[in-house]
Design a protein around this ligand. Structure first.
Ligand code: HEC
Length: 149
C-alpha cells in the first residue's frame, strides 16, 4: 500500500503508516466508496485529532490520511485510494475551511487536489463542510472503531 501511494511523490504523506492511527480496526466507510479504511494523523495535529469531537480547530500543517482497501468476492484484497486532508494557511481556500483535499489512486497517480491539477475535489470539501464550523470540517470515525486514548 505504502509503496503504491509513494509513487505519487507527495512528501506530506511520507511514512504515514507510522503516524498516530486512531481506529482500532479497519472499518467500512460508506462515504468513501464503502471501502475498508484506516485513519492516521501526523504530528502537527495528532494530539488534537485523538480528542475527536473535542479537537477544536486543527493546527496549521496538520495532515490526516485515510488509506483504503477492498475485499473482493474471491477473498483477495485490492488497494483503494489514499484520501488526504491538509490544513493550509488562512486564505488558502475559504470554501474548504483552508483544508486541501487530495486523492491518490492505487497506481500512484493523483486523481485531484484542491486548487491543484486534476479533479478539484469539491465533492470532498462539500460533504466535509457539513461539520463546519463546529468540528473544523473533520468528521472523525464511528465511536465503536475508535482507539480509546
Ligand atoms: C459524502 C460525504 C463525504 C465525502 C464525499 C468525502 N468524505 Fe471524507 N469523511 C466523511 C466521513 C463521514 C468521515 C468519517 C467517517 C468515515 O471514515 O467514514 C470522513 C473522513 C475523512 C478523513 C479522515 C479525517 C476526518 O475527517 O476524520 C479524510 C482524510 C477524508 N475523509 C478525506 C476525504 C477526501 C480526500 C474526500 C474526497 C476524495 C472525501 N473525504 C470525501 C465524509 C465524506
Amino acid at each position: 500500500m505504502k509503496k503504491a501511494y509513494a509513487k505519487a511523490g507527495l512528501r506530506q504523506v511520507n511514512g504515514y503508516t507510522g503516524w498516530l492511527k486512531v481506529n482500532a480496526t479497519a472499518y467500512q466507510s460508506a462515504t468513501h466508496g464503502a471501502r475498508y479504511v484506516n485513519n492516521y494523523a501526523d504530528s502537527h495535529g495528532d494530539f488534537r485529532y485523538k480528542m475527536f469531537e473535542k479537537a477544536g480547530t486543527m493546527p496549521l500543517g496538520s495532515v490526516l490520511a485515510k488509506d483504503s482497501f477492498v475485499v473482493n468476492p474471491d477473498g483477495k484484497v485490492s488497494i483503494g485510494p489514499l484520501f488526504i486532508m491538509e490544513k493550509m494557511g488562512t486564505g488558502f481556500n475559504k470554501g474548504s475551511g483552508d483544508w486541501r483535499y487530495t486523492m491518490i489512486m492505487p497506481n500512484g497517480t493523483i486523481a485531484g487536489m484542491t486548487k491543484g491539477k486534476g479533479m478539484n475535489m469539491k465533492f470532498c470539501a462539500e460533504c466535509h463542510a457539513g461539520v463546519a464550523p463546529d468540528q473544523d470540517h473533520v468528521m472523525f470515525l464511528p465511536e465503536e472503531y475508535r482507539v480509546k486514548f
